[in-house]
Design a protein. Structure first.
Length: 662
């Protein structure tokens, strides 16, 4: 039944604006004449337009889908929105033909957004119409009706009467699916009247078939038979459509409780089964099964039921194959898109190298001009020097007299120097006292800064726990209050993933807020705070943490202990997020020469390239904190697997840590 009513959706095809397909060799010649991708924006646009024109002439859906995927990648690389709009709309259309309605709607929504942005009314109506079609197939009737009603006036405004009537006919299909048969009949009759000027044979066929089904639901069997007869006259020479009409006539007579008369039409349709389409074969086998079942002929009914099952299985297999092909094409298009992105990066690098060469050339020109000016300056200065030498000789004579006067002055300066040394000693003592005072104030500032950091950490921890934690808890309760009975399987999976992520986010916020500035660190010191952290982590049962320490609490000042605790917390977060480990360890070793913090795990390991490049924000924070303690960070692989991370801090011979950067 549903196949008959959705005949319009399965047969409707967007017509190409090209009357003659472009030969592949012409396409190839045009593409070969263009510059490489990225060298010319005009050539890039022409390349996309050429591929687009070629894709519109391709009859095979898979080939067309592949070409439009390439067009979308090129359009995004060229930042050409019109090309993106056309490609998204056409890809969505072909995915819909393959039965992948959700994926089709994803591309059509992207095309709809660009059509609205560019104010392109033909493609705006195009995307709305097919969004209506695919939402109808997904049984989302309210959305389908909304999109058809938006598309219809646009088709009417641009003068596309054929697609306007098709949209109106599809509104009737929505009414039919909602069992509003009177509205559906009224809509189909309206479409027949509107089509009198166009005389589009296909539109009349859709309307007659849909009217027959609607009348049959209303038990208006005479009107249903008349509608089928109207369809039959339109396709007097088409074997498939004649067989389809006979199957619909047989269905109507069966509902009129005339199984023998229905059997005559069904057999007439079945006699042509080798020359009809698969959907018609399914319809004929189904009606024969129902007729023989009504007549009580179980053996014949079983035969046609098995035949019907075989046809359905074959159709399901074909649909799965189409979906698999669509996924494969999606993979290939994504791969091509990544190749285009890589090519664009190479082009950008080439452009940067060209700019660099231009800059170097300009530097060379400026350097040459500088040396020319320098040479002229040297010649001019040589002339001046000759004149100056003459003046110098005259001045030497005067200097002889001046030297005699200076010898007298030197004796006086010697006496002054003797007194100056005493003044310098006194000044040095004053500066030493001032420097000691400055060091004391600097330590006071550092202590105040640490106290400010502690207060801020406490405030942030409180905000995270009381504000964000409460918000996440409220959201979790609201999600848990939802009624899952009306959810589809996919919606339930999405719901469960969102709830899981919400719980994970809450746990992480709670862990951060509790460990941002733990009370144990303030009251009992670093070793106790780390032991409390390990105990908290082991309660989550996500992985097992072990802890060892011979550290003497209070050896570092509060700021130093806070830095070590923050480093350890950052490393633990990295292990829990990225390592995929089952066990981890924290070890704090203190000797007279150095302090060593060791964090280890048995996970997948730490990429050496990532360590060397220091791209991660967490790793940069750890390095900065380690430098503030005058230490160094080492990352090594563990055996047989996992990672070893050392934070080594050199100590003074007295056993005190370096205060260089504290």
């Amino acid at each position: 039944m549903r196949l008959c009513l959705l005949l319009l959706l399965n047969l409707s095809i967007w017509r190409t604006t090209l009357s003659q397909p472009i030969p592949p060799d012409s396409i190839q010649r045009t593409l070969n004449s263009l510059k490489s991708i990225g060298e010319s924006q005009n050539d890039d646009t022409l390349r996309i337009r050429t591929l687009m024109a070629w894709a519109e002439t391709i009859q095979d859906d898979n080939s067309a889908l592949r070409i439009f995927g390439q067009i979308l990648s090129l359009s995004e690389a060229a930042e050409w929105e019109r090309g993106q709009m056309v490609a998204n709309c056409r890809i969505g259309y072909y995915y819909g033909r393959k039965g992948q309605y959700y994926r089709a709607c994803e591309y059509l929504y992207a095309g709809l957004y660009l059509a609205e942005k560019l104010n392109d009314r033909p493609f705006l109506a195009y995307s709305l119409r097919f969004l209506g079609d695919y939402h109808l197939n997904l049984h989302e009737y309210k959305k389908a009706l909304l999109y058809y009603r938006k598309a219809s006036p646009i088709f009417l405004k641009i003068g596309d009467m054929s697609r306007y009537i098709v949209s109106q006919n599809n509104i009737g299909l929505v009414y039919y699916e909602q069992k509003q048969y009177d509205k559906a009949i009224e809509q189909f009759i309206f479409c027949l009247k509107e089509n009198r000027k166009l005389q589009d044979k296909n539109i009349d066929s859709y309307c007659f078939v849909n009217l027959a089904a609607s009348y049959r639901q209303k038990r208006m069997y005479v009107e249903s038979l008349n509608s089928i007869e109207g369809f039959r006259k339109l396709h007097a020479t088409n074997i498939n459509n004649q067989a389809f009409a006979n199957a619909q006539t047989a269905r109507t007579y069966l509902e009129m409780n005339k199984p023998k008369l229905a059997l005559r039409f069904a057999k007439e349709a079945y006699s042509k089964r080798d020359s009809v389409l698969g959907n018609t074969q399914k319809e004929v086998s189904e009606i024969l099964y129902l007729i023989y079942k009504r007549l009580g002929l179980e053996r014949q009914a079983l035969y046609y039921y098995e035949e019907l099952t075989a046809i359905q299985s074959r159709n399901d297999l074909d649909m799965k194959k189409k979906q698999i092909d669509a996924l494969r094409f999606t993979y290939e298009n994504e791969k091509q898109r990544m190749n285009i992105i890589t090519l664009n990066k190479n082009i950008e690098q080439k452009n940067r190298s060209i700019e660099q060469r231009k800059f170097e050339r300009n530097i060379l020109v400026v350097s040459l001009l500088f040396f020319v000016c320098l040479g002229g300056t040297i010649v001019y200065n040589n002339r001046l020097l000759k004149r100056k030498n003459i003046e110098i000789e005259e001045q030497k004579k005067q200097l002889g007299l001046i030297k005699e006067q200076l010898s007298i002055s030197n004796l006086q300066l010697t006496d002054i120097n003797n007194t100056l040394e005493e003044r310098v000693r006194l000044r040095t003592e004053e500066l030493t006292v001032a420097n000691e005072e400055l060091i004391r104030k600097n330590r006071e500032i550092q202590l105040a800064f640490y106290n400010g950091q502690s207060l801020e950490r406490k405030r942030v921890a409180s905000e995270l726990h009381d504000g964000l934690g409460s918000t996440l808890t409220g959201l979790k309760w609201q999600l848990e209050a939802l009624d899952l009975e009306n959810f589809s399987i996919q919606e339930r999976l999405i719901y469960e993933r969102v709830l899981f992520k919400m719980e994970d986010a809450y746990s992480e916020v709670r862990l951060i807020s509790h460990n941002l500035l733990p009370a144990e660190l303030e009251t009992h010191g670093l070793s106790t705070a780390l032991r409390k952290l390990v105990n908290d982590l082991n309660r989550n049962n996500r992985m097992l943490f072990r802890y060892f320490s011979n550290y003497t609490d209070g050896f570092f000042d509060k700021k130093g202990e806070m830095e070590l605790y923050s480093i350890c917390l950052e490393l633990v977060n990295n292990i829990m997020k990225h390592s995929q480990a089952t066990e981890a360890g924290i070890r704090l070793d203190q000797s007279t020469k150095e302090m060593i913090l060791t964090v280890s795990d048995n996970g997948i390991g730490f990429p050496e390239k990532f360590v060397n490049e220091s791209n991660g924000m967490g790793l940069r924070n750890i390095r900065n904190r380690t430098r503030s303690l005058a230490g160094r960070l080492e990352v090594k692989p563990a055996h047989p697997n996992g990672t070893l991370i050392y934070v080594k801090i050199q100590l003074y011979p007295t056993g005190e840590p370096s205060q260089t950067d504290l």
